[in-house]
Write a protein that binds this ligand. Sequence first.
Ligand code: GLN
Length: 247
Amino acid sequence: MKKFFACIITASLMLGVLASCSSDDGVLTVGTNADFPPFEYIGDNGEPDGFDIALIKEIGSRIGREIVIEDMEFSALIAAIGSRIDVAIAAMTVTEERRQTVDFSEPYYEAIQYVIVPVESDISSMADLEGLTIGVQLGTTGDFIAEDIEGAVVIQYVKGLDAVNDLLNGRVDCVIIDRNPALVFVERHDGILRAVEGYLFGFDAEYYAIAMPKGDTDLATQINQALRDIKADGTYDRLVRIYIEES
Ligand code: GLN
């Protein structure tokens, strides 16, 4: 009898351990920076919305995790993975430096940096950027590019929108930011600002991916499988149409 109870206790302990290790249920806390349209922004109802938010919710429903969004500064996301948040989706470019700290999912979007200038500006090459005062979003690939430009004074903003506002005020000469947000921002100031294509400056293509805790291969496998399914069954194209092409 004693042996029987001991077995039951051992079995339930084991089940408890298994349940607490299992990663395919419960909440997935996702960090973002809801200030980067059309990928993430605060919607009319006051909740985070956008392409990335819709994508991660779709992934969540396919891997059986409830998505809870944590809106935070972009430059704080990587360090928060594994503590305050489980993963981050924030139009985040895969870089070698970030790979030292986190793992990335398979890429889900191709991007490039654009340069926002006043409409009358004729900035169109790397040489034109030398010595300018350049607004960027802190800790982004646009920031890293600007810091390498000869003689440039780089002003870092927590929000890309604040950099754009300072361009309107004349406090900076241009803003380096990802293509799609650049297009959204210039459209809001039609006739005043325009966006210059990144290839003219020799900028490289960038790839957005979901940042995940280093070494969590279980979670990575689930997220990558869901991403592949979402691309294969047309859901990805539908989200692009809704959030990017019609935005
Ligand atoms: N793609 C850029 C980066 O990863 C900017 C991302 C963002 O500001 N949300 O640095």
